[in-house]
Design a protein. Structure first.
Length: 264
């Protein structure tokens, strides 16, 4: 029996490693897709270069869909290739920015745009002024761009509602209904997974999450990051919060008495 237990344990480790590699590849695919479709980034990319990367990324996604039971080495090889493509793309983008800066040193430099900033969606109204969209995107980016965004204690109800409104202005209607999920996934740099959460019926009402209630699309390290970051969007429960009978996962609540729901 001991030998069987050890064998099963070893099999579990192998399978966990395989699943983690598959999830990492999926995350890499969606991260790259998000990067090349980012409004600011796409401005610096040549159409042919963007098309080439989109094709490569699409091929990787098709391969993943057809090889869900692939082995760890196959997933890691696919991710390694995509990561090399992403690194080369970032290098070319920075070179393009640098070249323009050198040629137009008198012009103000382009503002830094954080990774995973949402692109202007295709379903945004055609008559919406571009300047208005840029202003909304810049206001949204300010919540996450500064170093203080990583050390802040908690988002206020006003900030949550403002983020929800800005997402709606940008055309992200489904995202605007789940501002807390949006914030947490953006903070841990996994915003490309938000649609997958929504497709699975996961909403802000699911907060607070535990590692077991988070979807399988998150790796172990992502789950740990999510659990830590979710404190940014939760209300601390003051009543009995120091009671030894109250576990850590129940010391925070999604809503207070005055705010039964948000972004619903």
């Amino acid at each position: 029996m001991m030998a069987d237990a050890e064998r099963y344990r070893a099999d579990d480790v192998v399978e966990a490693t395989r699943v983690a590699a598959k999830n990492a590849l999926e995350s890499q695919i969606y991260s790259l897709n998000n990067f090349i479709n980012d409004f600011e980034n796409s401005r610096w990319l040549e159409a042919s270069e963007k098309e080439r990367v989109e094709t490569e990324n699409s091929e990787a996604l098709n391969w993943l869909e057809e090889n869900q039971w692939g082995d760890t080495e196959e997933f890691e090889t696919q991710q390694k290739n995509l990561k090399a493509t992403a690194n080369l793309l970032v290098k070319k983008l920075e070179e393009a920015k640098s070249k323009k800066t050198n040629l137009s040193s008198s012009e103000p430099s382009e503002p830094e745009v954080p990774s995973f900033a949402p692109k202007f969606p295709s379903h945004t109204r055609a008559d919406t002024p571009v300047n208005h969209l840029r202003t909304a995107e810049q206001r949204l980016g300010k919540y996450f761009r500064s170093p203080s965004a990583n050390v802040r204690t908690r988002f206020t109800e006003f900030e949550l509602q403002d983020i929800s409104n800005l997402l709606r202005e940008l055309g992200y209607v489904s995202w605007s209904r789940e501002p807390r999920l949006y914030i947490v996934l953006r903070v841990i740099e996994q915003l490309q997974l938000l649609d997958s959460f929504i497709d699975r019926g996961i909403t802000d009402l699911w907060f607070p999450f535990t590692r077991t209630s988070l979807p399988e699309i998150l790796t172990a390290s992502m789950r740990a990051d999510f659990e830590k970051a979710q404190a940014l969007v939760l209300k601390e429960v003051h009543s009995d919060r120091n009671s030894p009978d109250v576990s850590d996962e129940h010391k925070f609540s999604l809503f207070d008495e005055q705010s039964p729901t948000l972004g619903a």
